[in-house]
Design a binder for this molecule. Structure first.
Ligand code: NDP
Length: 476
């Protein structure tokens, strides 16, 4: 299978290509993906710029029809595309199928948003003058996406970009070209005019960097690591370019003495380890009150030991492989750091399976404190640590002791503590008696502090980033 660029309505090959490897079985080459140079980005941005004006004038019905077509096909093919996702990224089949369905629902939601456009009209403070506040597209939007949600994140950036009338250049992660290619292949048949959506595959440092600095990209939406985000922010700041970023997390899950133990263990198991812990919203810090701590750890370690780690395409698998060798090395380094800092590591050994993949037993690190590196730096693997606290007040203080602020959870039977936590957790999303990961597609997604920058993604609030406001005064 060849994964090519899609520019100006044409599929294009590049001189170089890189192998796309299945992390559950490194002998399985899924395909070869274009390794683009900066000139391919220039070409794609040129095509987007040429198409942007007429798409900005498209009717709500045209936009609805295109987005609805894409959403319907994603939903109809969720099993097939979910399997590709699991094979390429290492999520389990069930997770891959659910993510593909979610991508379809996102397109359906923004199909509706295209119809709900609208503006505001009001009287001026001056007699005889009317005021209108309208929204118009931003222009050419560059989208840069990570590997960990290879279908959903391209969907939740592309769908609002198109719904609000923008032209798009998508640069997906190098590790997951197949999902982006499959999405582009559907978009190519959706009735969208040539050049409105363009896909360029290749290395971020070459293609992504070029997309950010290109003088004809009007806005950049990025999801990925804090390090890359800082580089992109510096360039966009210099160029005064509109920017939205979603970066990492070090998400706390507080478990109070009055929590339902089974519910808390289930929420932590799901939040910390599902999707191999490779979620920006993963519960990587479990902050547990002293009265429930020992029962909680005993129950959670029992559940962790029973998790079936294996080939993502095997229906019995509950935890798939780590995405690649580099991420596996990073996970192992952090386990070592945690042990040297005095943490007690349960699990965390590499595993052999019938296929040669990057399998890691989920790990729980107990006896940690908030200052340790394992509790301050994002790992992005199936690894969580436990911090023992005295009471709710200390739990909240530890929960907020992080440079990140994406998602925060609390398990408690106390309405008083849940209400206080919702108001005072320094995070963009707060979960009560629910895992920190797992969000709805029709409401805003994003964080505070070092996790996010710019307007929110998803839901109707996405229009803040993907459109610009004009205020018109008329004296008649
Ligand atoms: P990276 O930051 O390495 O990559 C993200 C994207 O940026 C990729 O497409 C990458 O391309 C591209 N890129 C890399 N370097 C540059 C550059 N200099 N200029 C422009 N683009 C560049 O992150 P990962 O893909 O490795 O994803 C893991 C990280 O992302 C984790 O830290 C995680 O927390 C974070 N993340 C945050 C989410 C959120 O919503 N808050 C969601 C998902 C992940 P290439 O792949 O070719 O290097």
């Amino acid at each position: 299978m060849e994964f090519r660029n899609f520019i100006g309505g044409e599929w294009r090959e590049t001189a170089a290509a890189s192998a796309n490897i299945n992390p559950s079985d490194i002998s399985d080459v899924i395909g070869y993906a274009a390794e683009s140079d900066a000139a391919e980005i220039d070409h794609a941005v040129g095509a987007a710029k040429a198409a942007a004006v007429s798409w900005s004038a498209s009717t709500p019905q045209q936009r609805f029809d295109v987005l609805d077509f894409i959403g319907s096909e994603l939903l109809a093919r969720k099993d097939e595309l979910g399997r590709l996702l699991a094979r390429e990224e290492g999520k389990t089949l069930a997770e891959g199928i659910a993510e593909t369905a979610r991508a379809g629902q996102i397109f359906k939601f923004f199909a509706g948003e295209a119809l709900r456009g609208g503006g505001e009209a009001m009287a001026s403070v001056r007699p005889g003058v009317g005021v209108e506040i309208t929204r118009s597209p931003v222009g050419v939007v560059g989208l840069i996406t990570p590997w960990n949600f290879p279908m959903a994140i391209p969907a939740w950036k592309t769908a609002p970009a198109l719904a609000y009338g923008n032209a798009v250049v998508l640069k997906p992660a190098e590790l997951t070209p197949g999902c982006a290619h499959a999405l582009a292949e559907i978009i190519a048949r959706s009735g969208l005019p040539d050049g409105v959506f363009n896909l360029v595959l290749g290395k971020g440092k070459v293609t992504g960097a070029r997309l950010v600095e290109h003088r004809d990209t009007d806005a950049i939406s990025f999801t990925g690591s804090a390090e890359t985000g800082s580089e992109i922010a510096a360039t966009c700041g210099r160029l005064r370019k509109k920017l939205q970023m979603e970066m990492g997390g070090k998400n706390p899950m507080v478990v109070l003495d009055d929590a339902d133990l089974d519910l808390a263990v289930e929420a932590c198991l799901n939040g910390a380890f599902y999707s191999t812990g490779q979620r920006c919203t993963a519960s990587s810090r479990l902050i547990v009150a002293g009265g429930i701590h020992d029962r909680f750890v005993a129950s959670l370690t029992g559940r962790i030991a029973a998790l079936r780690v294996g080939n993502a395409l095997d229906r019995a698998t509950e935890i798939g492989p780590v995405v690649d060798g580099r991420q596996l090395d990073k996970d192992l380094i952090y386990l070592d750091i945690a042990a040297k800092e005095g943490g007690q590591v349960f699990g965390g050994q590499t595993l052999q399976r019938t296929t040669n993949g990057f399998f890691l037993a989920p790990a729980l690190i107990t006896e940690t404190n908030s200052g340790m590196r394992i509790n301050q730096e994002e790992v992005f693997g199936p690894i969580a640590s436990v911090i023992r606290v005295e009471d709710y007040e200390e739990a909240l203080q530890v929960a907020n002791d992080t440079p990140f602020g994406l998602s925060a959870g609390i398990c408690t039977g106390s309405l008083k503590h849940a209400t206080h936590f919702k108001a005072n957790a320094e995070a963009g999303m707060v979960m009560v008696n629910l895992p920190t990961a797992g969000v709805d597609y029709h409401v805003p997604f994003g964080g505070t502090k070092g996790s996010s920058f710019g307007g929110r993604e998803q839901g109707a609030h996405a229009k803040e980033f993907y459109s610009k406001i004009k205020t018109s005064y008329t004296f008649a």
